[in-house]
Design a protein around this ligand. Sequence first.
Ligand code: NAP
Ligand code: MG
Length: 372
Amino acid sequence: MDGGKAIRESRDVDVPLAAAHFFYYAGWADKLQYAFAGRNPKSLGVAGQIIPWNFPLLMAAWKIAPALACGNTVVLKPAETTSLTAMKLAEIIQDCDLPPGVVNIISGAGATGAAIVNHPGINKIAFTGWTDVGKIIQRALAGTDKKYTLELGGKAANIVFEDAAIDQAVEGIVNGIFFNQGHVCCAGSRLFVQENIKDTLLKKLKDRMDTLIVGDPLDKNTDIGAINSKEQLKKIQNYIKIGTNEGGNCYQSNCVLPTKGFWCKPTLFMDVAQSSRIVQEEIFGPVLAVQTFRTAEEAIEKANNTPFGLSSGVWTDKGSKIFKVTSKIRAGVVWANTYNKFDPTSPFGGYKESGVGREGGMHGLDAYLKFN
Ligand code: NAP
Ligand code: MG
């Protein structure tokens, strides 16, 4: 109700993963001396944490759980459009009998985030959001002794080779770009298909797109919920215009949209150039840009040719090809024959303009500790 995502995804993904995150990091709390043997880990103090609207519960869990496990207190600011979720979480945290003042949740827009970033009493900043805002924060922190991690935007390549299990790949492409309305930093927003299977794959993909139900987020049959805000819908629609003006060949599923609210049909663009804005820029909506390739080298080169490096996907029947391709892709996470799968034990984060530092796993502890 707060963010617009489909209830099936909240129930099956966000809530269990948030709980798993707390459970996983709780396990580390009394083992830090062993995890960092000989390095004498100590808590940092106060962690300032700023999160986006796309996963309002899960992003809060990613931030709060490791900070507490390392003995810090937190001041967390949710995005203005999804602050109710964080307030609900605050109630749950209250029920857990944490001492007062250990977890503080403050609502407010960008200025509140900036006040946290610039506050002298804060020892660490953990930010997740747009790359442009991340750059502002990084500039503000330069020259201070605050530790920081930045989880920023992405424009992931999802690469499908001719020998992939094609129906499975189609499901992975759909999940990669249409999960959570495409409001996903690691969304597989650029599809690379090996040229000789393009026609077969696109036919199956369009057929599958036509079955997706867009609408009431509270209906358990809904696949694609509401776009989070009017502002974000405008941004997505503008990119669809840009893609068309750049000569892209647009396909949208023939689903019926509700009349009231913010909705976007699942959309794909064929015949796009590597230089197209819809190929280079993060749209953060259900819009997929499709390109083809002939050789693995060509796919790798094109996949790496963006300012981002958060995630990627590879679909093939050959283990050797998986190792060859994944080792050359400059992305923090590379999925093989699956997509958008998360686990608290596994680190997450970006190369290049997708961010600094890692969250998740043991790597996620490091960011909330000082040593010696
Ligand atoms: P955003 O506009 O950057 O906002 C993120 C948070 O920062 C919000 O709480 C926002 O407040 C706050 N903020 C805005 N200006 C600020 C400033 N000058 N100083 C401090 N805080 C400020 O991002 P968004 O639109 O919420 O989320 C979408 C972006 O998040 C996408 O780029 C996506 O890729 C990225 N993302 C990355 C990851 C990852 O792990 N790498 C995960 C999820 C999302 P208000 O919005 O309330 O004004
Ligand atoms: Mg914002």
